[in-house]
Write a protein of this length. Structure first.
Length: 351
């Protein structure tokens, strides 16, 4: 009898280890384990349009794509590689890694290391910019997250005060810059840990990401394989929850993916937000009416990086879409007609 009990227990343990699923929002959500195994399904099994696969892949091929993934209900529906890129190939996230900074900032706050409403000066000391002291002190962590610091980071190095110039009072204007990178220094100072180590401890190892941080012009940037980007997208889809563990506070994550201020309603905390009444774009003062991506669902939120690195998260469809590669066109900013063209084809697939 004891041998039967032990055998039953062993079978149950094996079964549990292979079933990386949990109940989130009254639905069973699948999460891959930290190894290479990841449950897959098919376009046919999803009830989607198989005839739309070839036109979608042809489009991606012509747009200098290196990798593309579609995750539905946590499972891989499509995983395609181009131009010699493979599952194990590593590629830059470019500015899409700002979403990682936002996530870690939320964790640092919930652990009591920082307060988003505190001045950056509280952590980095006076003189971290070339702005007048009173203007500098008025800049908070939340201003950096929402791109409303009023600083001009220019195009040069970001590791000197001279590279951070005062343009406007904090909270009065919106401008897309790389000033958010200062938050990595804030968090490293507040926690007493290397940014890279704190990120790995709180997010990277928790969800099985395979990537690394590196510095360019004083700014920390992230690179990884494609599945790691998809894993983070899955964490985002589940509002900071990974297989039953709330890694990022749910209320904070909702703030990240909602309008963070009234100047650019399509921007949260380093996430872009679709479905808003208007939007501003980088290096452009014109207020455009309507959504950023008209063909995409209104509830979509996005991580956008230069050269069209993309994380699209769509709660209403329970999907994550990831694209890595070279620039799809000659645009030097994260924005162009690529997103609209891609979503026209995705809509044909997901119908």
């Amino acid at each position: 009898m004891r041998r039967l009990t032990l055998l039953f227990t062993a079978v149950m343990l094996i079964s549990c280890s292979e079933d990386d699923s949990t109940i989130i929002n009254d639905e069973k959500a699948y999460f891959p384990g930290n190894g290479d195994a990841w449950q897959q399904t098919s376009v046919r099994d999803m009830g989607w349009n198989e005839k739309a696969i070839a036109p979608l892949l042809d489009f991606l091929e012509t747009q200098n794509t290196k990798s593309f993934m579609v995750i539905a209900d946590g499972k891989i529906v499509m995983e395609n590689y181009f131009r010699g890129h493979t599952r194990n190939s590593v590629w830059q996230w470019a500015n899409a890694d700002k979403t990682l900074t936002a996530a870690v900032a939320g964790i640092a706050q919930q652990e009591g290391y920082i307060n988003l409403d505190n001045s950056i000066t509280d952590y980095l000391g006076q003189g971290w910019t070339s702005a007048p002291a009173d203007k500098e002190t008025a800049i908070t962590c939340r201003h950096l997250l929402s791109m409303t610091s009023g600083l001009d980071a220019g195009e040069g190095m970001l590791d000197t005060p001279q590279s951070l110039r005062y343009n406007n009072d904090a909270g009065t204007t919106w401008a897309y810059t790389d000033t958010d990178c200062l938050l990595t220094d804030v968090i490293a100072t507040a926690t007493g840990k290397r940014w890279e180590d704190y990120f790995s401890e709180k997010i990277g190892r928790q969800i099985g990401m395979n990537g690394s941080w590196y510095k360019v012009n004083g700014q920390r940037m992230y690179k990884s394989d494609t599945r790691s980007m998809a894993r983070f997208g899955l964490l985002a889809l589940n509002n900071g929850n990974w297989n039953g563990t709330q890694i990022i506070d749910r209320n904070y994550f909702t703030e990240c993916t909602s309008s963070s201020q009234d100047i650019n309603k399509s921007f949260g905390y380093l996430w872009w937000v679709n479905g808003q009444e208007s939007h501003l774009l980088p290096k452009n003062d014109h207020l455009f009416p309507g959504s950023i991506v008209l063909s995409a669902p209104d509830d979509m939120y996005m991580g956008y990086g230069n050269m069209h690195q993309r994380i699209y998260v769509v709660p209403s469809l329970n999907i994550v879409v990831v694209r890595m590669g070279e620039a799809a066109d000659e645009s030097t900013t994260p924005f162009s007609g690529f997103d609209e063209q891609l979503w026209v084809r995705l809509n044909s697939l997901i119908q």
